[in-house]
Unconditional design. Structure first.
Length: 402
């Protein structure tokens, strides 16, 4: 019985080629445009969120034993600044619930000398075990430090893009020996560019060295800056306050300073939510326009077939048969045209991605939702006029033929 309705629906669609073509074009364009817009939007969303993540770990805060200075807005303490010990960090992690990891930041500034040039006031950072898990670095060439490099203090360095460009004429600095103060280090990697920091410094003017190498170079008394990673982003501020209270109770009379990243996970989720809302709005507008077009064409089609419907009723067709037939026609049209629209959207998206510098991310949710929406709109658009025509007296319906 169902196959009979499908065959009849296909025959009716073929016999009304112009109207069928107009309705199909509306569905195809609507679904294809929707697919393209969502793919471009999702790609853009992924790129933006990736950039947000690259600013730094969103589940961390930074703790210092000295003021942030004028740039950080902190007030200078009248007491002498102190440094934290490895035992302090261990005690913090044991005493405060919710801390996942504490990674000390070893940072100093010095002159870096290469074969052809030198750079002054370059940031040299000591990399400790676990640092990569909390605040990951990526390299564009070469490799990162191995666990052996960090624990044994291999005389190796990873440099930022700015350092590589200025110390090597062609930027190819891998394998080159550089001097950090009086210590010779071999460059094993070049970091991915990070641009400017929040304070305006060039984040690419940096040299990473294993912690033992940093200790040998600068001989710090302890840790003045640490990065604390928490288990629950919602407790980030609470844990930071507990950390300060614990240390201030340990070191009476001394002040500690905390900086929480502006881009926390909450901000990231808010950004993602807004982008998703914009994409949903664009998709809704696209589907609404396509739905209105389809609704009008469906009304015209059903109205134009009033006489045909009257004839079928005169020959014994029931209201249910007529309604089912029209719904089946709309269903077949929506499925076929929707499928073509999805294919056209996928092909167009791939062509756009290859022609212009834009990220795309294709998912089946958008076109699937589009096809379902076109089905719903088409069926809703056809129900009222089909019901009206099906309930007409056959004699009245046949008069419409004239």
């Amino acid at each position: 019985m169902k196959s009979k309705f499908i065959k009849e629906a296909a025959r009716q669609l073929w016999s009304n080629k112009l109207t069928t073509a107009l309705m199909a074009i509306g569905i195809i364009l609507g679904i294809s445009v929707l697919t393209i817009v969502i793919a471009l939007g999702q790609g853009t969303k992924a790129s933006i969120l990736e950039r947000v993540d690259r600013v730094g770990a969103t589940d961390t805060f930074t703790l210092r034993t000295f003021p942030w200075g004028q740039g950080g807005g902190g007030q200078h303490s009248e007491t002498e600044n102190i440094t934290l010990t490895a035992q302090d960090l261990f005690s913090l992690q044991q005493e405060i619930n919710g801390i996942n990891a504490i990674i000390p930041t070893l940072n100093s500034r010095t002159t870096i000398t290469g074969e052809l040039n030198y750079l002054e006031n370059v940031s040299v950072q000591g990399v400790t075990a676990g640092f990569q898990d909390v605040r990951p670095w990526n390299v564009t060439s070469g490799v990162l430090f191995s666990e052996y490099d960090i624990t044994e203090g291999t005389r190796a360095a990873i440099v930022g893009q700015a350092v590589a460009n200025q110390l090597a004429s062609d930027g190819n600095i891998l394998g080159m020996t550089i001097h950090v103060d009086s210590l010779q280090l071999e460059v094993i990697g070049v970091l991915e560019s990070r641009g400017a920091t929040g304070s305006g410094r060039n984040a690419d003017e940096v040299v990473l060295v294993p912690e033992p190498v940093f200790q040998r170079l600068f001989q710090p008394d302890g840790y003045s800056t640490v990065t604390v990673q928490v288990n629950d982003i919602d407790r980030l501020e609470a844990i930071s306050e507990q950390t300060m209270s614990f240390l201030e109770a340990t070191y009476l009379g001394h002040e500690f300073y905390v900086r929480i990243p502006t881009l926390t996970t909450g901000t990231r989720q808010e950004t993602a939510g807004r982008l998703t809302s914009y994409l949903t709005l664009i998709a809704a507008i696209s589907l609404l326009v396509g739905g209105i077009i389809m609704m009008n064409l469906t009304n015209l089609t059903v109205t134009a077939r009033t006489a045909e419907i009257g004839l079928r009723k005169a020959l014994g067709a029931r209201n249910h048969d007529i309604l089912t037939q029209i719904m089946m026609e709309l269903f077949v049209l929506a499925v076929i045209a929707g499928g073509i629209g999805v294919l056209l959207g996928v092909v167009s998206t791939n062509i756009l991605a290859g022609r212009i510098d834009v990220n795309t991310l294709f998912t089946w949710h958008a076109p699937a939702a589009g096809i379902m929406f076109s089905l719903i709109i088409g069926l809703l658009a056809g129900v009222r006029p089909a019901n009206r025509a099906a309930r007409l007296d056959p004699v009245v319906s046949l008069r419409a033929k004239g």
